[in-house]
Ligand binder design. Structure first.
Ligand SMILES: CC(C)(COP(=O)(O)OP(=O)(O)OC[C@H]1O[C@@H](n2cnc3c(N)ncnc32)[C@H](O)[C@@H]1OP(=O)(O)O)[C@@H](O)C(=O)NCCC(=O)NCCS
Length: 180
C-alpha cells in the first residue's frame, strides 16, 4: 500500500520538515494565540504538555497509521507554523490539508505558499489525487489562503465543523491532479 514517509519539502522562502523536540516552545506560543484557538481544535488553554504530545505522540501516530503527515513550516528562523494532511482515504486517494501560522509570521504569504507546495507534492509524488481544504465562512484569512494557493471553491458543507464558537458550516475547496 502507498504510505506517507517522513519528508522535507523546500519552497522559495520556506521549508516543510518533520517536527522535532526543538519545536515545543514555538508550538506552545503559536497555539496559545486567540485566532488559532478560535479557528482550530487545539486544546484551550494550550499548555506545554499539549505541544509535547502533538510532536511526540500525535504526529508519529498519524504517520504510523498512514492517516496523514504533519510538517513544521520553517522560514529559516525555526518553526513559524504547522501544516498537515489528514483524514486520508487511500481507496479514493483523497486527503485534507490543515494549517496554522504563528501571529508574528502572518501576512507574508507563508500559509498560501506552503499549502500549494504540500498539495503539489502529494499529487506529483503520485500519493494523492485530491486535496481538500475546509474553512469556516467567518475565517477570512483561511478563505484567502485557499484562493491564493490555487484551490477551487466547490460549495458549503452545512453544519460540518466545530470551532471554538460552536458548530459551523464549512466552505469546501479542492486542489486536484488536473489542476497541475
Ligand atoms: C489562516 C492563517 C494560517 C493564514 O496564515 P498567513 O501565513 O498569514 O497567510 P498568507 O499570508 O498566506 O495569506 C493570508 C491572506 O489572508 C488575508 N487576511 C488575513 N487576515 C484577514 C482578515 N482578517 N480578513 C480578510 N483577509 C485576511 C491576507 O490579506 C492574505 O490574503 P491576500 O494575500 O490575498 O491579501 C493564519 O491567519 C492562522 O494561523 N490563523 C489561525 C488558524 C487558522 O485559522 N487555521 C486555518 C483553519 S481552517
Amino acid at each position: 500500500m502507498t504510505r506517507f514517509t517522513p519528508t522535507t519539502l523546500a519552497g522559495p522562502d520556506l521549508t516543510l520538515r518533520p517536527l522535532g523536540p526543538q519545536d515545543v516552545d514555538a508550538v506552545v506560543a503559536a497555539c496559545a494565540d486567540p485566532q488559532t484557538q478560535r479557528w482550530t481544535s487545539v486544546p484551550q488553554p494550550y499548555e506545554r504538555r499539549h505541544a509535547q504530545d502533538f510532536i511526540e505522540v500525535a504526529a508519529p501516530r498519524a504517520l504510523e497509521g498512514n492517516t496523514g503527515i504533519v510538517f513544521a513550516l520553517d522560514d529559516g528562523s525555526g518553526l513559524v507554523g504547522c501544516l498537515d494532511l489528514k483524514n486520508t482515504d487511500w481507496t479514493t486517494r483523497c486527503t485534507e490539508v490543515g494549517y496554522w501560522v504563528a501571529p508574528a509570521a502572518r501576512g507574508r504569504g507563508l500559509a498560501s505558499a506552503a499549502t500549494r507546495l504540500l498539495a503539489e507534492w502529494a499529487i506529483r509524488a503520485r500519493l494523492i489525487e485530491r486535496v481538500e481544504l475546509r474553512a469556516a465562512p467567518g475565517n477570512a484569512a483561511s478563505l484567502a489562503v485557499a484562493a491564493r494557493a490555487g484551490f477551487t471553491r466547490e460549495g458549503v458543507a452545512r453544519n460540518a465543523g466545530v470551532v471554538k464558537g460552536g458548530r459551523v458550516d464549512l466552505v469546501v475547496f479542492s486542489f486536484v491532479s488536473g489542476d497541475l
